[in-house]
Design a binder for this molecule. Sequence first.
Ligand SMILES: *[C@@H]1O[C@H](CO)[C@@H](O)[C@H](O)[C@H]1NC(C)=O
Ligand SMILES: *[C@@H]1O[C@H](CO)[C@@H](O)[C@H](O)[C@H]1NC(C)=O
Ligand SMILES: *[C@@H]1O[C@H](CO)[C@@H](O)[C@H](O)[C@H]1NC(C)=O
Ligand SMILES: *[C@@H]1O[C@H](CO)[C@@H](O)[C@H](O)[C@H]1NC(C)=O
Ligand SMILES: *[C@@H]1O[C@H](CO)[C@@H](O)[C@H](O)[C@H]1NC(C)=O
Length: 438
Amino acid sequence: MRLPRSLILSLPVCSSYAAAKAVFAHYMVGTMTATEAVTDVKDAINAGFDAFALNVPSMDDWATSAISYLFSAANNAGSNFKLFFSFDMTQFNHPSQLLPLIEQYAANESYLQQDGRPFVSTFSGGTISNDDWNSKFRQPLQAKGINPFFVPNFDNWSGYPNGFFNTFTVADGVFGWESAWPEVSAGKVNVSDSVDQAALQEARAANKVYMMPLSTFQFKHMSGDGQNWYRIGELNYFDRMEQVLSLQPDFVELITWNDAGESHYVGNFWPEQIAGTDIGNYANGFDHTGWQQVLPSFINAYKSNVTDISKITPAGGKAVGVMWYRSLLTTANCSPDPMGKPSGWQNAQDAINFAVILPEGASGYTINVYSNNKQIGSFPANAGLNGQSVPGLQAGGGQRVEVVDSSNKTIISATGTKDVQAQTTGLCNYNYVVAALS
Ligand SMILES: *[C@@H]1O[C@H](CO)[C@@H](O)[C@H](O)[C@H]1NC(C)=O
Ligand SMILES: *[C@@H]1O[C@H](CO)[C@@H](O)[C@H](O)[C@H]1NC(C)=O
Ligand SMILES: *[C@@H]1O[C@H](CO)[C@@H](O)[C@H](O)[C@H]1NC(C)=O
Ligand SMILES: *[C@@H]1O[C@H](CO)[C@@H](O)[C@H](O)[C@H]1NC(C)=O
Ligand SMILES: *[C@@H]1O[C@H](CO)[C@@H](O)[C@H](O)[C@H]1NC(C)=O
């Protein structure tokens, strides 16, 4: 059904936004227990997040139970932590399928509100027309007194981001996804923020909001059609933080809290969510929580309008940091693995990467990097966020990053929990080993 144009124009149009900045984590809703929900909410609060963007792929019991556990956990957390829905539109045919859940939770005490309106987002869905989103989503909700603040991820609309808000008048803002990493086909490049800049400009011109994606990397390695790829992660996380501060978007969404399948999780993922898949083969034992080390400081800086990484101060006053590397060299042929090397493997670099935040006024600090117990790099470190991708990763143990002061005393350090292999006898695993400096 197409709406008469007069009706579309009569829908309320949002004017100017001075949104309070907030940072969310994309959260894959999956089978879980109430206790696991409590842990996730507590961990996300400690990492500095304002809300989980709940990636809802289904209205089946396992999903609605998990959602209920998460709302209960947020309600009982004794903080201002919120939740909102981010519907996975690759799993729904029709926007009207989303309505019952929004009607149930829009007024929940832990549902995120923006200007008194429930915040709703999506993954994908930009190939569904604006008319359909109006007539099958916004209008029926408004008829029930619910006026969603709609910030969908419609970056698979063919014209994205140019003229986005002229086409999608239904949206109050837009969330980018693909701009969080270089494409596999882009080669060995650093992540670009040119699409984010354009989307932000569109949003500013239309008095709408832009929600910018931030992510670590991607590695998916599942049997099945085209499910084997690597998207650059050497300094991606660091580069995106720098870009977020410089662009100052309205909102930031981290991709992701717990997507083990694509490996960009920074939190726990639970065994029952990946049961019966190949995912555990490459994600189990690869703890990524070290990536949370730099989040509270980054989030504070973003919310304080800090635009330069050198002005980020560690949230707890003391130096913090994280290092990451892959435990298989890119020269491994991976012949024992029927899936072989992931597409994009040529873009990967054999490197140890780090992000370290030092207090204001820090001077005389040095960051030393070792692989297989040999020094591969040494860098003067300054106040704020320091990051490097240090080539020269070697097979063996002793994968180490340390921060020393001017008297050569170690302030914080980390040694990777896994040795690096030159060849694999099993899986071609491009997941990252991540370790917090302490
Ligand atoms: C919010 O959701 C939780 C979990 O389903 C529920 O226990 C609580 O009653 C809800 N609150 C409201 C106001 O609906
Ligand atoms: C965009 O997303 C929809 C799901 O909403 C999917 O069916 C479609 O294939 C995607 N289109 C492109 C061009 O990626
Ligand atoms: C990526 O950025 C780093 C500095 O962060 C720089 O040394 C390197 O040359 C860049 N790579 C490319 C391909 O531009
Ligand atoms: C950040 O900038 C916004 C917009 O200019 C302003 O409203 C807000 O008070 C600033 N926040 C801080 C912490 O300075
Ligand atoms: C710093 O200490 C380490 C180990 O304690 C030592 O190997 C290194 O030579 C020292 N470096 C300097 C510049 O003194």
